[in-house]
Design a protein around this ligand. Structure first.
Ligand code: ADP
Length: 370
C-alpha cells in the first residue's frame, strides 16, 4: 500500500523540484509560482498519505518506538523552526520558552516522534488560532516528569465534542469549516505518547483558546551532548578525480520516471555519468564489469530484491567496497533497521529530496569525506 501510494508522488514532487531548479532553461516568475503550488499541494498530499499509513501501522501494532535520552531544548528549537513560517503566514506570534537555568533536561523519548507530537499540537494552535493571536510552547518539570504545553488563544473546542478529539477522523465540529484537516493528527499523537510511556491531555474553552500537553519521563539530569553534523556545501566544485576522469554511478531502478528524475539530479553534478539498469540481475553484471564509484539501488525491484543484490555485491572482493545507496518507498521504522543492518552506505526514502541526494552523492564521491 505504502509503495503504491507514494510512488506517483515521486514523479510529482521530483520533477516539480527539477523544474524549479533548472538553470539551463529557467522558468519565468509566474511559472515558478505555479510549480510552487504543485509542490505545496503534493507535499500536503504526501503528509496525508503518511499520516494515514502511520495511523494504520500504529493501530496494527507495527510501530516500535525506541526511546533514548533526548535534549528537550533542542527539540523545542527544531519545533520552533518548523512552526515559525506557519505562524508568520497565519499572523500569529509564536513564542517558545526553552528550559532556562540548570543543566538542560533530557526526556526518554523517540526524538522524531516527540518532535512530531509538538509540531502537531503547535500546528493546530496556529491553524485554529486567530490572526493577531498567540501560540506559546512552554515546559514544566516536576518529580521526574516533564510536561510540554502548547497554548493558543484561538477558537477553542465545543464542550460537547471534547471527549472524542483523540479518536481518529474526529474533527470536533470543523468538518464543514474552512480549515483543512483530517482528524488524524491528535489520534496519532496520543498513541505515540503512550508508546513512549507518556501521556497527552488538554483543556479548552470555546471562543477563548486551548492548551494541549504531552508528558514524558525525565532522564537523569545530565546535559545533552548531542551535536548536529553540519552538511557539506551543495554543488561544490570539489568533485574532481585526480586522473581527470569522470565518475560513474550505476542506478538500479525499474521505474522509468524515477530514472528520468535521477538523470535530472545527476545533471547538476559536474563530471558524473549515470548508467541505469532496470533489474538487479543485470545491475550486478554491469557493476562487476564497470566498477562504478557509487551504486544507487531501488529496494523494491522485480525479481531479485535490492537487499539480495547488495548482499551479492558484498560477496565479491572487487565490488565489496563500492558504496551502495538504498532508495526505498517504505518509510517504516522496521525497514530502517533492516536497511541499517544490510550494510548500505546510505538509505533515502522516496520521494527523494534533491538536496539530500546530492549531499549523499557528493560525500560518497569525495574521497576525503567518504
Ligand atoms: P485536524 O486538525 O486534521 O482536523 P487533529 O486530530 O489534529 O485533526 O484535531 C482534531 C480536531 O480537534 C480538529 O479538527 C479540531 O476541531 C480540534 N482541535 C485540535 N487542536 C485544536 C486547537 N488548538 N484549537 C481548537 N481546536 C482544536
Amino acid at each position: 500500500m505504502s509503495h503504491e501510494l507514494r510512488t506517483p508522488m515521486n514523479a510529482i514532487l521530483g520533477f516539480a523540484q527539477l523544474l524549479q531548479r533548472d538553470k539551463r532553461a529557467p522558468l519565468s516568475a509566474p511559472q515558478l509560482e505555479r510549480v510552487g503550488y504543485v509542490l505545496q499541494g503534493g507535499e500536503h498530499l504526501l503528509r496525508l498519505i503518511d499520516d494515514i499509513l502511520d495511523l494504520s501501522r500504529i493501530e496494527a501494532g507495527r510501530v516500535v518506538v525506541s526511546t533514548e535520552p533526548v535534549g528537550v531544548n533542542e527539540v523545542l528549537e527544531e519545533v520552533r523552526q518548523t512552526l515559525e513560517p506557519l505562524a508568520t503566514r497565519a499572523g500569529i506570534t509564536l513564542s517558545v520558552k526553552p528550559v532556562a537555568g540548570g543543566p538542560p533536561p533530557e526526556v526518554l523519548a523517540d526524538r522524531t516522534r516527540f518532535t512530531q507530537i509538538l509540531i502537531n499540537f503547535g500546528s493546530n494552535a496556529i491553524k485554529y488560532g486567530r490572526p493577531g493571536g498567540q501560540a506559546q510552547i512552554s515546559v514544566d518539570v516536576a518529580d521526574n516528569r516533564l510536561r510540554c504545553f502548547v497554548r493558543d488563544d484561538g477558537i477553542g473546542i465545543p464542550f460537547e465534542k471534547q471527549d472524542k478529539i483523540f479518536q481518529p477522523f474526529q474533527r470536533a465540529g470543523q468538518e464543514a469549516g474552512p480549515i483543512e484537516g483530517t482528524g488524524i493528527g491528535l489520534s496519532i499523537t496520543k498513541r505515540l505518547a503512550e508508546l513512549m510511556g507518556g501521556a497527552v491531555g488538554f483543556r479548552s474553552t470555546p471562543g477563548k483558546g486551548s492548551e494541549f500537553w504531552v508528558e514524558l519521563a525525565v532522564h537523569g539530569n545530565s546535559a545533552s551532548a548531542r551535536e548536529e553534523a553540519s552538511l557539506p556545501a551543495l554543488g561544490s566544485a570539489s568533485l574532481a578525480r585526480e586522473d581527470g576522469d569522470s565518475f560513474l554511478i550505476v542506478y538500479v531502478e525499474d521505474n522509468p520516471s524515477n530514472i528520468a528524475f535521477m538523470r535530472g539530479v545527476i545533471d547538476e553534478l559536474p563530471r558524473v555519468e549515470l548508467m541505469a539498469v532496470s533489474n538487479a540481475e543485470q545491475g550486478i553484471e554491469v557493476i562487476r564489469k564497470h566498477r562504478p564509484q557509487v551504486v544507487i539501488m531501488d529496494i523494491n525491484l522485480p525479481g531479485m530484491s535490492g537487499y539480495e543484490a547488495a548482499r551479492r555485491l558484498r560477496d565479491w572482493p572487487e565490488t565489496r567496497d563500492i558504496p551502495v545507496i538504498a532508495l526505498t518507498a517504505a518509510a517504516m521504522a522496521g525497514e530502517r533497521k533492516r536497511l541499517e543492518q544490510a550494510g548500505f552506505a546510505r538509505y533515502l526514502t522516496k520521494p527523494a529530496k534533491v538536496a539530500e541526494l546530492l549531499e549523499a552523492l557528493e560525500s560518497l564521491l569525495t574521497p576525503s569525506k567518504a
